[in-house]
Design a protein around this ligand. Structure first.
Ligand code: HQG
Length: 188
């Protein structure tokens, strides 16, 4: 149990430094978001977050959403998505999305989303899911759940680019309101 807590704490710490604030521990990410595993472990230890190679590999392998990826040679690591760093470009090839994708959000955001569409907020992309369950979990984090349906194929046909992250999250720069289907009753 204590061990699981530790793993969760370290996983959150990895999300923080690999997506948002590498500078917090003096870590440098390359332009595609990769960090040297050796440097990461060294810098983490320097900042009171000692982790073994084995623990790191366990976190990567067991992350429920497969948040992290190791390079083929195992020497580098990056977060698969969720970045807020403008300097990180994931080098994903644009992909043809399915007809519809889902976005879970909270009821209090709906008026604003109706007015201006889905914006990436502090992240580099709007995150969309292939399945309702995932979208529901994502939205529930923010408050009273509302699941929006995005007409992704129609958006792509109008020239909007979509990217599929290595862990199955669909990413796009923004979603104009005209491509969003809102559920009939969405009270704040
Ligand atoms: C909302 C987690 C007002 C948007 C998840 C969302 C995901 C607007 C919130 C990943 C808006 C941003 C990302 C507008 C969008 N007006 N509100 N125009 N446009 N919003 O956390 O998609 O566990 O940055 O609906 O699983 O919730 O961290 O994005 O509610 O994949 O690995 O602004 O984070 O992954 O919230 O979640 P977030 P998200 P991890």
């Amino acid at each position: 149990m204590e061990n699981n807590k530790n793993i969760e704490r370290n996983s959150k710490f990895l999300s923080l430094v690999l997506r948002h604030e590498p500078g917090k521990i003096g870590l440098v990410l390359d332009s595609n978001g990769w960090a040297s595993v050796e440097q990461l472990l060294h810098q983490a230890a320097e900042h009171g977050r000692s982790m073994s190679q084995e623990e790191l590999r366990h976190i990567v392998a067991s992350s429920d959403k497969q948040r992290f990826a190791l390079s083929e040679d195992g020497l580098r690591i990056r977060a698969n998505q969720g970045h807020s760093l403008a300097s990180v470009e994931l080098d994903l090839a644009p992909a043809e999305p399915p007809d519809t994708l889902f976005h879970g959000t909270a009821s209090r955001f709906i008026d604003s989303i109706r007015a201006s569409g889905l914006a990436p907020g502090s992240r580099n992309h709007v995150h969309l899911s292939l399945d309702l369950g995932t979208a529901s979990n994502v939205g529930s984090r923010h408050g009273k759940l509302v699941v929006l349906t995005v007409r992704a194929r129609a958006m792509a046909a109008q020239g909007h680019l979509f990217f599929l992250s290595q862990n199955g999250v669909w990413l796009t720069a923004a979603v104009p309101a005209e491509f969003i289907d809102f559920p009939a009753a969405t009270q704040p």
